[in-house]
Design a protein around this ligand. Structure first.
Ligand code: AMP
Ligand code: ZN
Length: 115
């Protein structure tokens, strides 16, 4: 856990969030500023700042994040119409919270390429 990391505080439940799903490795909660009717953030319970910090020791954990996105899409019922999962990394992608998070966006037609 990293001090002063907002998402570490959400994991520790020091900051409240609308938790949608949680297991030993990951947590999923509603984005506070949703960009689509469904906008969920799926995060590892350990602190990792950006995708640049990922190495082979994280392979299982990254699998857990992706599996959670698939489970949640089915649970919410957006799996047939579709959804998008996104990791933003650093400034050109607009990363604002430096604890990696997989965005799960659904519920409307999503433009491609993204802006
Ligand atoms: P990114 O721009 O990829 O770093 O995404 C950070 C996301 O975290 C944004 O979509 C924010 O709306 C979201 N966010 C920031 N603070 C909170 C919070 N306290 N609870 C839930 N989502 C948050
Ligand atoms: Zn953190």
């Amino acid at each position: 856990m990293k001090q002063d990391c907002l998402f570490c505080k959400i994991v520790l439940k020091e900051v409240s969030s609308k938790i949608i799903y949680e297991n030993k490795y990951v947590m999923a909660f509603n984005d506070i500023n949703p960009q689509a009717p469904t906008h969920i953030l799926i995060i590892p319970k350990i602190h990792i700042s950006t995708l640049n910090d990922i190495n082979k020791s994280h392979n299982q954990l990254i699998g857990e994040l992706v599996e959670a996105s698939s489970l949640l899409a089915k649970k919410i019922g957006v799996h047939h119409d579709g959804y998008r999962t996104v990791f933003n990394c650093n400034k050109d992608a607009g990363q604002t919270v430096f604890h990696i998070h997989l965005h799960l966006l659904a519920g409307r037609k999503l433009n491609w390429p993204p802006g």
